[in-house]
Design a protein around this ligand. Sequence first.
Ligand SMILES: C/C(=C\Cc1cc(O)c2ccccc2c1O)CCC[C@H](C)CCC[C@H](C)CCCC(C)C
Ligand SMILES: C[S@@+](CC[C@H](N)C(=O)[O-])C[C@H]1O[C@@H](n2cnc3c(N)ncnc32)[C@H](O)[C@@H]1O
Length: 231
Amino acid sequence: MTADRVRTLFNRIAPVYDQLNTSLSLGQHRVWKQMAVKWSGAATGDHCLDVCCGSGDLALLLADCVGLQGHVIGIDFAAAQLAIAQQRAQARYPQPSITWQEGDALALPFPANHFDAATMGYGLRNVTDIPRSLRELQRVLKPGAKAAILDFHRPSNAMIRTLQQWYLEAIVVPAAQQFDLTDEYAYIAPSLDRFPTGSEQVMLARQAGFAAATHYPIAGGTMGVLVVMKG
Ligand SMILES: C/C(=C\Cc1cc(O)c2ccccc2c1O)CCC[C@H](C)CCC[C@H](C)CCCC(C)C
Ligand SMILES: C[S@@+](CC[C@H](N)C(=O)[O-])C[C@H]1O[C@@H](n2cnc3c(N)ncnc32)[C@H](O)[C@@H]1O
């Protein structure tokens, strides 16, 4: 799938993206995102980056960590997703210290060695060049800084893999049908088939220049968090 088609897909699903995530994961996606933010090491006063921020879930959680003394930049190339993120942030008091920026994860508009921590939630599987995205993430982190990359993947356990595929086919795609988004949500399954396993992600992270990389399976192995650190 080309970058333009990915952008179009996420612009199209933006109005119902959050509500479907919540209903389809029974609210668990918030827990998985909180885990990723915790593992990023973001702390009070930090300057953090949320890559492929979408409607802003992880950026808003990062902002809670860094407080008003810190700052978070959420970057995404789907304007409709960023508009939702902006609305959600503006509904908060006090206004979180976040900048929403339209941009490409494959060419981050930031200097090298700039961020204290970063997150990427369900974004790495959707970029068109995973090694380049990892190299960009490594470039913009400060030495010693970490990033937590949360995403789905195919579990190694055959029974859980079958259950995951059943859930996607029998629950997720039919649920999207009510919003005429069947094709958009049917994209998830083949995207999982193409996505590297946990150990492959670790190898890709090391090849991208990260000094350390560990993959933590969560949600019964249907997802995972790749925690990387810049040397
Ligand atoms: C926040 C979640 C998914 C984000 C997401 C990621 C994508 O790449 C998409 C692509 C196209 C359309 C939508 C998305 C998208 O929303 C996770 C929660 C929502 C999931 C759709 C729920 C699916 C649950 C998993 C398949 C795990 C099943 C567990 C099994 C029953 C053991
Ligand atoms: C599944 S959403 C994840 C959104 C959010 N991180 C979350 O956890 O809900 C994937 C996001 O990645 C964005 N995306 C995909 N490829 C991108 C790229 N090359 N540059 C910037 N954003 C990209 C899409 O526009 C979409 O908003």
